[in-house]
Design a protein around this ligand. Structure first.
Ligand code: CA
Length: 230
């Protein structure tokens, strides 16, 4: 799952990001309100950690903007202020939770986990399926329903295959997959995407599934079920 941190204190943002990566979240950081809004509007984040006092655009303004645009990412607001007014303004603008600075990192992690569990239980499904593969969205385990063999996916493999399964009725462009998995990490190249697709192919094959990730020249990828013994 993907988290955006909008926080102008770089050190704090960095500490939070490092801790979240240990929890296997994919994390991006925005250091001011405008950049935060630009990133949040892509709608690729499951949760946004949002500071209130930010340069260019404050946290409340950012939150109102994204809620107006129907972005439903969970939002946990952070502020140095302890005033009740702020808290109410935050909930009013559409925040899901609120934490007053200074806070314990572990408390933030606990609240994030609560918000994201709430969100996934609302989806009310533990598995997504395509053909003879079944992907457990909580444990990232991929199972072949024919052979009952299973294999674990790493974070980026999971995000890619999850997106392909959820959009299996259409061709998925490389650009969308790239944004979904790497977001604004400009150090990734298109070679990385192809490498991960080939890792997933190998894993699908390893559990004996007949599902293929078919390359569509110039357009992207599409899942299909194949009878060929290749
Ligand atoms: Ca701040």
């Amino acid at each position: 799952m993907r988290i955006l941190i909008v926080e102008d204190e770089f050190k704090l943002a960095d500490v939070i990001a490092s801790r979240l990566k240990k929890e296997h979240y994919t994390v991006d950081i925005s250091l001011d309100g405008e950049e935060g809004l630009y990133n949040a509007l892509t709608d690729i984040y499951d949760l946004i950690i949002l500071d209130v006092m930010l340069p260019k655009l404050n946290g409340f303004e950012l939150l109102r903007e994204i809620r107006n645009k129907n972005i439903n990412s969970k939002v946990i607001m952070l502020t140095a202020k302890t005033m009740l007014d702020d808290k109410l303004t935050g909930f009013d603008a559409g925040a899901d939770d609120y934490l007053t600075k200074p806070f314990h990192l572990e408390e933030l992690i606990a609240r994030i986990n609560v918000q994201l569990r709430k969100k996934s239980s609302k989806q009310n499904t533990e598995y997504i399926e395509y053909g003879d593969i079944k992907l457990n969205i909580k444990t990232s385990t991929l199972t072949c329903t024919n052979t009952n063999e299973e294999i674990d996916l790493v974070c980026k493999e999971f995000l890619l295959l999850e997106y392909l399964i959820n959009n299996s009725s259409q061709i998925v462009s490389k650009d969308i997959l790239y944004d979904k998995v790497w977001g604004f990490d400009t150090s990734a190249s298109s070679n990385n995407l192809e490498a991960y697709i080939s890792f997933i192919r190998r894993k699908i094959k390893a559990i004996g599934s007949s599902v293929k990730i078919k390359p569509i020249r110039g357009l992207g990828y599409k899942l299909e079920v194949s009878d060929e013994e290749t």
